[in-house]
Design a binder for this molecule. Structure first.
Ligand code: FEO
Length: 395
C-alpha cells in the first residue's frame, strides 16, 4: 500500500490493525498501530525508516512496486528500535551498499540489533543531505526516547520526520489528522506521551525549544506511528509543551485492588467525600486488577492527585498494586500529590507500605492515609468519606 503525502513524499509503511500489545506485552494498543516509512523522491531518492520486523518481507515487496530498489540512493534510520528498523535486514539483502544515515548512537544500536557492518553514515545536528531541489537537515533527539533518536527535516516541502515523537498507536487508513476522530486521536496521543515520553519531559521541552528556534517552516509533521499532522501541525507540538510541563488537569484518580470488596467500598466512599468537598473536580476510579495499566497510568498523568488502595495480604499489598507503583516510579510523573488507603484483618501493613512506595516513586504523599479493619461498616465508610473531604483540602 502507498499513499501520496506530498509532491515528493510517499508513505510506504504498514497499518497494523491487529496489534493489541506493543513492547512485548508492556503497552496496550487498543486501536492497533502503524509503522510509518516514507519515500522521498527528488534528484536523489531517500527511504526514511522501515517497519516492524514481522512485516519486513511484505514491506520490501510493496516498496518494489513503488520504486526500483536500486534507485534508492540513501536510507535514513531515525531510530534503531525494531518497529522502525525491522525492515532493514530484508532490504539490505537487495541493496547492500546503500548508505544508512543515522546518529552515532544509531550505528551502535543498529549493529547491536542486526550485527551487520552496513554502510553507515554518522550524522549530527545540523548536518544536511542534498537531494537536488530539497535537502534533509538532521536533528539529534537524544533520549526522545532512545539515545539514538533523530528528527529529519525536509526543506522545500517543509516536513519534519519526527519518528516516535508526536506519534500515536492508532491504526487508520485515513493518514492525516484532519481526517480522523479528534477524540480518538488525542486519547492515543496523550497515552503515548504518558507511557513513553513522561520520563524525558525536561528533554522534550528543550528539544522543542531548540527546533522552534531554528524558525523552520513546518507544513507537516510525519511521526513514525499513527497519523500525519497536516492540519495545524504545531498543535501537537504545543500539546507536548503542555504535557512536558508538570502537566495536570482538575482530576483526582483513585486506583485500588480488592479481595472481598472492602477496599473498593473505601474507594467509593473516599470518592464521594472528594465530590462533596469539590463538585468541579473529575474523580475517576479504577481497579488495578481489572483495568489496563497503560490506561490507568494515562489517567494518573492527567491528575493533580491520586490515591492508591490495597488490602493487606501476606504482610504487604496486592501484586497488581506493587506493579503499578513500580510503573509510576519508572515513568516519573511530576507534580502529583498522593495518599494510600486499604482495609485489613489483622497485621495491616499495606497502607504504610504503599505510602512509602509512593514517596519513593516521586509523589508528594500528603498524609498517612486511611485504613479500616475488616469489611468497612457504615461508620468506617463515613470516616472514608471525611477522609476524602479532607484530602481535597490538602491539594
Ligand atoms: Fe516506535 Fe521507539 O520505537
Amino acid at each position: 500500500m502507498k499513499h501520496r503525502i506530498s509532491e515528493k513524499v510517499t508513505w510506504v509503511g504498514k497499518v497494523d490493525w491487529e496489534l493489541q500489545k506493543f513492547h512485548g506485552e508492556e503497552y496496550s494498543t487498543h486501536r492497533g498501530s502503524t509503522y510509518n516509512a516514507f519515500l522521498v523522491r527528488d534528484k536523489k531518492n531517500v527511504l526514511i525508516d522501515t517497519v516492524w520486523k514481522p512485516f519486513a518481507r511484505e514491506f520490501v515487496q510493496n516498496l518494489k512496486k513503488v520504486i526500483d530498489l536500486n534507485e534508492i540512493d540513501y536510507i535514513v534510520a531515525n531510530h534503531a528500535e525494531i518497529d522502525h528498523s525491522g525492515g532493514l535486514e530484508e532490504l539490505m539483502k537487495e541493496i547492500p551498499d546503500t548508505p544508512i544515515y543515522c546518529t552515532g548512537n544509531g550505528v551502535k544500536s543498529l549493529k547491536g540489533h542486526f550485527h551487520q557492518d552496513w554502510n553507515f553514515v554518522e550524522v549530527k545536528t545540523g548536518d544536511t543531505l542534498d537531494l537536488g531541489d530539497s535537502k534533509l537537515i538532521f536533528v539529534e533527539a537524544r533520549f526522545l526516547h532512545w539515545p539514538d533518536s533523530m528528527f529529519t527535516y525536509m526543506t522545500g516541502e517543509n516536513i519534519l520526520f519526527s519518528n516516535d515523537a508526536f506519534g500515536q498507536h492508532y491504526a487508520t487508513e485515513m493518514m492525516f489528522n484532519d481526517r480522523v476522530d479528534k477524540a480518538e486521536l488525542y486519547q492515543e496521543a496523550i497515552k503515548y506521551y504518558a507511557n513513553i515520553l513522561t520520563p524525558f519531559s525536561p528533554l522534550v521541552t528543550r528539544k522543542i525549544e531548540e527546533v522552534l528556534s531554528l524558525n523552520l517552516p513546518v507544513n507537516m509533521i510525519c511521526p513514525s506511528h499513527g497519523v500525519i499532522w497536516r492540519e495545524d501541525p504545531l498543535q501537537i507540538v504545543n500539546r507536548y509543551m503542555a504535557w512536558a510541563d508538570n502537566y495536570q488537569e482538575n482530576q483526582i484518580t483513585i486506583i485500588y485492588d480488592t479481595m472481598w470488596e472492602g477496599t473498593r467500598k473505601m474507594a467509593e466512599a473516599i470518592a464521594a467525600g472528594i465530590k462533596e468537598a469539590d463538585g468541579e473536580v473529575t474523580v475517576k476510579q479504577y481497579n488495578m486488577g481489572r483495568n489496563d495499566k497503560n490506561d490507568i497510568f494515562t489517567e494518573i498523568f492527567r491528575s493533580k492527585a491520586y490515591l492508591v488502595g490495597s488490602p493487606t495480604v501476606n504482610n504487604g499489598m496486592l501484586p497488581s498494586v506493587t506493579g503499578m507503583i513500580e510503573m509510576i516510579r519508572g515513568l516519573k510523573p511530576r507534580n502529583k500529590k498522593a495518599a494510600a488507603f486499604g482495609c485489613y484483618g489483622w497485621s495491616g501493613e499495606s497502607v504504610k507500605l504503599i505510602s512509602e512506595a509512593l514517596d519513593r516513586a516521586g509523589a508528594t504523599v500528603v498524609d498517612e492515609g486511611i485504613r479500616e479493619m475488616w469489611n468497612p461498616d457504615r461508620e468506617a465508610l463515613q470516616r472514608c468519606r471525611e477522609y476524602g473531604k479532607n484530602f481535597v483540602q490538602k491539594l
